[in-house]
Write a protein that binds this ligand. Structure first.
Ligand code: NAD
Ligand code: UDP
Length: 388
């Protein structure tokens, strides 16, 4: 653990604080807890309904940080302990959410409740008790780019003014209500507006984070191994599952949508800077992504296939991808963001942060982890039962 002589970006000593982390048992939460335990003196009250992804930080009791992390199994929908836990902490970080696209159009009510209604008490308790809040929103609040509405052959589509997503100037462009995909983005947008208004009217100290496709080990689940067989996780886990099972990777509507992927460990560095530099982070909305790692989903599938063959030594399939319609894959009401390039001006100016890891490198370490963690379990799950 780092000693007490750590300093913030302005050279002031960093005092140890207590953080109430809601959704600490998820993908981002697990990496943030790991970082806070290994490199800082801060304490974490870790709240979640699950703790499988942070078990290695909680047990055994002899771990060097054992007295700095405490797990509280609770559902924030209906647990009266929430306010007292927020009151015990200096800072609350809210990560809790339903955030897998397969749920947005198939479970829109749960999606809206989780991302808006259930987050309201957290905002209210922080505001009412004068506690700082870091709230996790999403890059999906931008929706579609302005450029996506231009004719396909318009040269303006190449102009960054029509696609770069900027916190303080880009509009939020969603599809019609019957495209229930946008239930998540819309709920996240409204909670952002509520937090912003609490800041403006009641003086809430807040920071809003908009993650742009953070990926890495422990993201989501592998269907039929550590999650439901019929479950549809986010694209990294979908493609990992296909590779582990030697199946072609499914390209939704041809895989033409574009994304920028950032390594979880780079992104966590940005969150730590926000935690430890409140004067620079409060009142801001931050894009956190890697504009240099842009690919189409098809290119991602091709690169993952190549990287997986390299890390396992196994040959790739002759036909490594297949096309599937979005209706077949996600059901009625799916829609997609066309392109997501984060403007990095604000985070650069306020926190001096930049992502480091290339897409190839992050896929190499992530797929090495996926293979080591799941290959044997998949082999056993798919092995034919011995003839009796
Ligand atoms: P995740 O699903 O792995 O983690 C969310 C955690 O919240 C889970 O462990 C879940 O059990 C917990 N949770 C949900 N509802 C809860 C409740 N009612 N009570 C207690 N715990 C509850 O997702 P993640 O990728 O770690 O995302 C964290 C946050 O970041 C979310 O708000 C998500 O919308 C946002 N985000 C993430 C990404 C990304 O790239 N990973 C992109 C955009 C936005
Ligand atoms: N996608 C795909 N095949 C899959 C899973 C996802 O082609 O097996 C596509 C999906 O349609 C979207 C992109 O990959 O265009 C990213 O999906 P993800 O689940 O990561 O969520 P999003 O970035 O849309 O929030």
């Amino acid at each position: 653990m780092a000693s007490g002589n750590r300093v913030d970006l302005d050279g002031n000593p960093i005092k140890p604080i207590t953080i109430c982390m809601i959704g600490a048992g998820g993908f981002i939460g697990s990496h943030l807890c790991e970082k806070l335990m290994a490199e800082t003196p801060h304490k974490v009250l870790a709240l979640d309904v699950y703790n499988d992804k942070i078990k290695h930080l909680l047990e055994p009791d002899s771990l060097p940080w054992a007295d700095r992390i405490q797990f509280h199994r609770l559902n924030i929908k209906n647990d009266s302990r929430l306010e007292s836990l927020i009151r015990m902490a200096d800072l609350t970080i809210n990560l809790a959410a339903i955030c897998t696209p397969a749920d947005y159009n198939t479970r829109p009510l749960d999606t809206i409740y989780s991302n808006f209604i259930d987050a309201i008490p957290v905002v209210k308790y922080c505001s009412g008790n004068n506690k700082r809040l870091i709230h996790f929103s999403t890059c999906e609040v931008y929706g579609k780019t302005i450029g996506s509405f231009l004719p396909k052959d318009s040269p303006l589509r190449q102009d960054p003014a029509y696609y770069v997503l900027s916190e303080d100037s880009s509009p939020c462009i969603f599809g019609p209500i019957e495209k229930q995909r946008w239930s998540y983005a819309c709920a996240k947008q409204l909670i952002e507006r509520l937090i912003y208004a609490e800041g403006a009217e009641n003086g809430l100290d807040f920071t809003i984070v908009r993650p742009f496709n953070w990926i890495g080990p422990r993201m989501d689940f592998i269907p039929g191994i550590d999650g439901p067989s019929e479950g549809v996780p986010r694209v990294l886990a979908c493609f990992s599952n296909n590779l582990l099972r030697h199946e072609p990777l499914k390209l939704v509507d041809g895989g033409q949508s574009q994304r920028t992927f950032i390594y979880i460990k780079d992104a966590i560095e940005a969150v730590l800077l926000m935690i430890e530099n409140p004067a620079r982070a409060n009142g801001h909305i931050f894009n956190v992504g890697n504009p240099n790692n842009e690919v189409t989903v098809k290119q991602l599938a091709e690169m993952m296939t190549e990287v997986y063959a390299k890390v396992t030594g196994e040959p790739s399939l002759e036909k490594p991808t297949i096309d599937v319609s979005s209706e077949e894959f996600y059901g009625v009401g799916y829609d997609d963001s066309d392109k997501r390039i984060p403007d990095m001006t604000i985070i650069n100016k306020q926190l001096g942060w930049n992502p480091k890891t290339s897409l190839w490198d992050l896929l190499e370490s992530t797929l090495t982890y996926q293979h080591r963690t799941y290959a044997e379990a998949i082999k056993q799950a798919t092995a034919k039962p011995a003839a009796s």
